[in-house]
Design a protein around this ligand. Structure first.
Ligand code: NAP
Length: 525
């Protein structure tokens, strides 16, 4: 049994009162406790702002990148332990745990390399370093520079990626020069807590650069003020609350929200059953339905399939589902899908599945799986793979549920369409803004038309084709070089994307004056 402590003002501390309990979702056993009540979030933020911020800002990008490299190594050093903790706290299979933990070290490493590229400078100049002439005389000119904001970066994460979620935000903020106060979801905080211990023990971070809240946030968000930023990943309801919080609006605190998304896949009219592209599409769809038990913000929830291919896609997905071993990943190595993370999530998923079943034709799934591996009786928060078909996707009931309700579990809905870009786009657009859309086709024209019509609705588009069938990781994988986030209901936020991610942590300022002077003093370290 672990007792999780928070790391505030460079000290491990514990709150007071009745602790929250962290469970193994496959067995319902209590594996850890944590309590944050009474901890002084205001003092923690002040320490980050006054101690961590100046220390990071005094460093160059290369030096901050070197910190990130050490943090990545700290994860690698305890990788096995982290994988085990992820399995017992998230109910994750070994492969799901690797997705989270290795994703964390990979992202830190990617930003370490970016730090090395940015080198011995402390600010970024927009463009190629040449000032823009602003008057008739060539003397008066301007440049845009980006410098670190002077407050603290508060990071609040969702339950599904405790390791990657912490690391992907931390990497960008630290490289940008801002101290971080990070908070995982309480129910799955175990991996994030152990990872933070390793970060602290590595000695890589200067004092005040990292604080960790091991559970409920208390009044953390209320304490934010000018100079701070808030990056939130979670439900859109809470995201909207933070975006609209009066004190944050008044102080101009930037708020980045990564929220719900009804990601869609479109199979092109050229795709034939059994082709490499068909196999790739089915593989990606099924992986997204089952990887992390469907608890992935990027998972494909809606699948547009040409009418004459729908039976083949149904058959292929049902075949894979029938062969999937579901159960406790700690008890049986052959298990390929574990439970959802807690009882509340199971209730939420079951309710969503019920609504989908009312609005569509249910092709598979009936709540808890009939056969479970390594599971004791009725223990564990297990949900079977569910597949639905909305024969008339434009009909109002189906439309309301299929396009609006994110069921955060192992489920997807197939939507037959006429193979046209127009209809596929109209259906995609019903999601009202998504993190990622995917298109499976070998037809160049269809690819281009779909990209151009679907791009405004998405933060990222994934093109599946026979050319990348063997090499692409699928649309569900977020890569640090590419933007992560999406318009509309996805939160209208943006994270990662290589150097673009730094913008959230930097203030852009237009600087005007004597052209040779600006170019001399602002270009360089
Ligand atoms: P959630 O219930 O909104 O919680 C998210 C985080 O907010 C948790 O850490 C939670 O902490 C914290 N929180 C709750 N109330 C708070 C408050 N008053 N002040 C500060 N923090 C507070 O979401 P979730 O159930 O963990 O995650 C599932 C959702 O996240 C899904 O809808 C999914 O689509 C979305 N998601 C989006 C992305 C993305 O990148 N777009 C990625 C992953 C997940 P406690 O646990 O302590 O309550």
């Amino acid at each position: 049994m672990h007792e999780l402590h928070s790391y505030l003002q460079d000290t491990w501390v514990r709150g007071e009162g009745e602790p929250s309990r962290l469970l193994n979702p496959a067995t319902e056993e209590v594996i850890a406790t944590t309590v944050t009540r009474g901890l002084d979030m205001g003092a923690a933020l002040a320490h980050a702002r006054t101690v961590g911020g100046p220390a990071l800002r005094a460093m160059t990008f290369a030096e901050r990148g070197a910190i990130l490299r050490q943090l990545a190594e700290a994860i690698v050093d305890i990788r096995k332990e982290l994988l085990t903790l992820s399995t017992i706290n998230n109910g994750a299979t070994r492969s799901d745990s690797k997705f989270d933990v290795d994703g964390a070290s990979f992202t830190l490493q990617a930003y370490a390399e970016l730090g090395e590229e940015l080198g011995d400078r402390r600010w970024i100049v927009d463009g190629d370093g040449e000032a823009i002439e602003l008057a008739r005389s060539k003397r008066f000119a301007g440049m845009h520079i980006k410098t670190p904001r002077q407050g603290a970066a508060v990071h609040i994460n969702a339950f599904n990626f405790p390791a990657w979620g912490l690391a992907e935000k931390l990497a960008v903020a630290i490289l940008g020069g801002m101290p971080v106060v990070t908070k995982p979801a309480t129910s799955t905080a175990l991996t994030a807590w152990r990872m933070t211990q390793a970060f602290v023990d590595s000695g890589a971070l200067p004092p005040g650069a990292l604080s960790f809240v091991a559970g409920s946030a208390g009044d953390l968000v209320d304490q934010l003020r000018f100079g701070d930023v808030l990056a939130f990943t979670g439900s859109s309801g809470l995201g909207c609350r933070f975006k609209g919080a009066g004190h944050l609006v008044a102080a101009g605190v930037p708020v980045n929200v990564e929220a719900d998304s009804l990601n869609a896949a479109v199979i092109g009219p050229d795709v034939e059953e059994g082709s490499d592209t068909f196999e790739m599409a089915v593989r990606d769809i099924f992986r997204d339905m089952t990887q992390k038990t469907g608890q992935k913000c990027t998972a494909i929830r809606r699948v547009m399939v040409p009418e004459d291919l729908i039976d083949n896609v149904v058959e292929a997905l049902l075949d894979q589902a029938d062969r999937l071993k579901i159960g406790d990943p700690s008890a049986d190595d052959n298990v390929r899908m574990g439970p959802v993370v807690n009882a509340a999530q199971r209730e939420d998923v079951l309710e969503g599945l019920g609504k989908l079943a009312e609005a569509t034709e249910k092709l598979r799934g009936n709540g808890r799986p009939g056969t479970l591996h390594g599971v004791d009786g009725d223990k564990g928060y297990f949900v079977d793979v569910h597949l639905f078909k909305a024969a008339d996707p434009a009909a109002s009931l189906a439309a309301d549920i299929v396009h609006d309700r994110e069921v955060f579990g192992p489920a997807a809905t197939l939507l037959p369409y006429d193979g046209s870009v127009d209809q596929a786009t109209a259906l995609l657009a019903r999601g009202a803004g998504g993190l990622v859309g995917s298109v499976y086709t070998d037809d160049r024209r269809f690819s281009r038309d779909m990209i151009l019509s679907a791009a405004p609705y998405h933060g990222r588009l994934f093109l599946g084709s026979k050319k990348v069938a063997e090499s692409a990781p699928g649309p569900g994988t977020v890569l640090p070089q590419m933007v992560h986030g999406g318009p509309g209901r996805a939160g209208a936020g943006e994270e990662l994307g290589g150097i673009r991610g730094l913008d959230f942590y930097l203030q852009r300022t237009a600087v005007q004056g004597y052209k040779p002077l600006l170019e001399k003093i602002l270009d360089g370290a």
